[in-house]
Write a protein that binds this ligand. Structure first.
Ligand code: GLC
Length: 621
């Protein structure tokens, strides 16, 4: 049986399996090395390691023996390598082809006093101790900069500014605390054990949540969370002595460039609330009446009925990280992936009032319809592309194959050559007679993190990124969207936006902040090797380049034309990626596994005949 798998940082190739024996050949490509050097305290050379959890999975699946043939590309292998913490004693393997008998080894791993698995802790320690001095310096600098970006309100930390470049005389709104930008800062502080700033942020943004509305000009809908806020010092009315006070001044998009509504803010807020509770164990916060009301208001705003036919959220252009005109109005993947994760977080956090409420029912049915819809209709790989290529059009029927009347001519020429034979991805948008085939990173990564994508699709997306490394990672992780809109497309779709010229900013620029989300997705799928490789690429330049907001050109070689320097989420994103790789378990505060109950309940109104449904109702009533 031919099978590929990934053991920790080594790509492995399963050659065959017989009863109780799995034979792997581990191919170490130079680029994938983790060079730890020699460790202190009696630990000799361990240049490679296999993570214990993956080994445990092997053991659980009945594998009793692993045969390892090491083939090193381009150089002889003489080092030992190290299978960490399967038992009290780590397993040492010499460079020779080896057979390891696992049958006598126990799955129980020793726990140290603080409850962490000893073997993992040893491994973490080894990583820490073998950080190069250069890496240490970069990390130290990043922490200093992150702390300098902290914003205080009434003497308490409440967030971080978007960018903190002392040389920038016109920061526009980059001196504000953006909700989406603060998420990696919050995670960095959580992982560091500093919880107050995150708690304060969650509670203060909750107070800013919109309570009024609705249909009047340029004011936010009830439940909307602001895109950003600023701490302002104002004179206290009626005070003679000119006394001042601090106030929080939110922006719901009514002052933002293009007046875009931040649909993603509320979703991020819910995702962060769950991460905070899981990490700190402070569940009392999410149970507070005002916090529960906040969650419900966001949900109600998202679940309100409209004219839409799809389970995906219908939004205007620029309603998320890409916050200006880029042709992503309709049902952009980024919003759908965050929506799905936020719904799953909310379902976990909502207190049962008295049995299942209408809201809980609405959340559940939206979750199953959404996951069916996205898995089925957003996914493209070579097979699906070929199917679309042969689509019949103008099918009027409930059983139409080409439900959205996609004309095969829409398949862009670049994609025909670009699509590899293995792997695939979720397309950027789906509307009647319209598929946006561009690759958007954030939406794809969150489809993995929240399990909106199936396990196969999640692996497929990461394989795809690996295959398209030069295009999507290049010299700086990670492209926000691929490919860039050029010529007439740029003119028509962006409205000739001079900031979004081809391969710049949102239009094919590379954004270092995406690295932390890439890392979470990689850890979830067991591909930490990819995250480490991307981190190394970023580490070469970020500090030297003064932590830019984004990079330009097809492979990300230039610092972005109008990129801010000392951009906080570039700094925090780097730190979070680093800390998560040292402590992979912590990523679980963000991820979700497959929900089997949802799978069973999966049904999609678009795929069934509504008349039949109505008839069923009539018959049963
Ligand atoms: C840009 C980005 C947006 C970010 C903001 C502050 O507008 O597009 O996603 O939140 O800058 O950094």
């Amino acid at each position: 049986m031919e099978n590929t798998a990934c053991l920790g940082s080594l790509r492995t190739h399963r050659v065959h399996s017989t009863n109780n024996t799995a034979v792997y050949s581990l191919q170490d490509q130079k680029a994938r090395r983790i060079g730890l050097g020699s460790a202190p305290g009696g630990w000799s050379v361990h240049k490679r390691h296999i993570f214990p959890s993956e080994l445990s999975d092997l053991l659980r699946s009945g594998v009793k023996q692993i045969k390892i043939n090491l083939t090193v590309v381009g150089e002889p292998l003489s080092d030992n390598f190290y299978l960490s913490s399967v038992t009290v004693n780590p397993l040492w393997i010499s460079g020779e082809p080896a057979t390891i008998d696992l049958s006598s080894r126990t799955l129980e791993r020793p726990h140290s006093e603080n409850g962490r698995i000893q073997g993992d802790a040893i491994l973490e320690k080894a990583h820490k101790e073998f950080k190069s001095p250069q890496e240490d310096k970069i990390e130290e600098e990043a922490w200093t900069l992150l702390r300098q970006a902290v914003v205080n309100y009434c003497g308490e930390p409440v967030g971080t500014v978007a960018a903190n470049d002392p040389g920038d005389s016109s920061p526009l709104n980059y001196d504000q605390v953006f909700v989406r930008d603060f998420v990696p800062s919050a995670l960095a502080f959580l992982l560091k054990g500093e919880f107050d700033i995150v708690r304060n942020f969650l509670l203060h943004t909750l107070q800013l949540q919109s309570w009024e509305k609705t249909v009047d000009c340029y004011s936010p809908g009830r439940g909307l969370m602001p895109a950003s806020f600023k701490v302002k010092t104002v004179c206290i009315e009626g005070s003679d002595e000119g006394a001042t006070e601090e106030v929080l001044d939110p922006d719901f998009g009514e002052a933002a460039i293009g007046r875009v509504a931040p649909v993603d803010s509320g979703l991020w807020w819910i995702i962060l609330l769950r991460a905070y509770s899981k990490h700190t164990g402070d569940y009392a916060l999410q149970e507070r009446v005002d916090v529960q009301t906040g969650i419900k208001l966001i949900l109600k705003l998202c679940l309100t009925d409209g004219f839409d036919m799809f389970p995906t959220l219908l939004v205007t252009d620029g309603s998320c990280m890409i916050d200006r005109r880029m042709g992503i109005h309709g049902h952009p993947l980024e919003i759908q992936s965050l929506f799905y994760s936020a719904l799953r977080c909310a379902r976990e956090m909502l207190l049962p009032d008295d049995g299942p409420t209408d809201l809980a029912r609405a959340v559940n049915s939206r979750l199953s319809a959404l996951s069916y819809h996205v898995r089925e209709h957003y996914w493209v790989d070579l097979r699906k592309l070929n199917e679309i290529y042969r689509y019949k059009t103008e099918e009027y029927s409930h059983d139409a194959v080409n439900k959205f009347n996609i004309y095969p001519e829409q398949i862009p020429l670049w994609l025909i050559d670009w699509m590899p034979s293995q792997g695939g991805y979720m397309i950027g948008n789906l509307q009647p007679a319209h598929m946006d085939f561009r690759f958007f990173s954030l939406g794809n990564l969150w489809a993995i993190i929240g399990s909106l994508a199936t396990e196969d699709q999640s692996e497929g997306i990461l394989n795809f990124i690996e295959e398209k490394w030069d295009d999507l990672i290049g010299t700086m992780p990670l492209k926000i969207a691929f490919p860039a809109l050029e010529y007439d497309e740029w003119r028509i779709i962006t409205g000739s936006d001079p900031k979004n010229t081809p391969w710049s900013y949102h239009n094919g620029g590379s954004w270092p902040t995406l690295l932390w989300q890439f890392t979470v997705a990689c850890l979830k799928v067991g591909r930490s090797d990819l995250a480490r490789k991307a981190l190394k690429v970023a580490e070469k330049r970020l500090s030297k380049d003064k932590w830019p907001e984004y990079y330009d050109t097809r492979s990300g070689r230039f610092i972005g034309k109008q990129a801010r320097l000392y951009q906080t989420w570039s700094i925090a994103g780097y730190l979070v990626a680093k800390m998560l790789l040292e402590n992979p378990d912590a990523a679980k505060i963000l991820t979700f596994g497959e929900d089997l109950a949802l799978l069973e309940a999966m049904s999609c109104p678009l795929d069934s005949n509504p008349r039949k449904k109505r008839n069923r109702k009539v018959q049963s009533s």
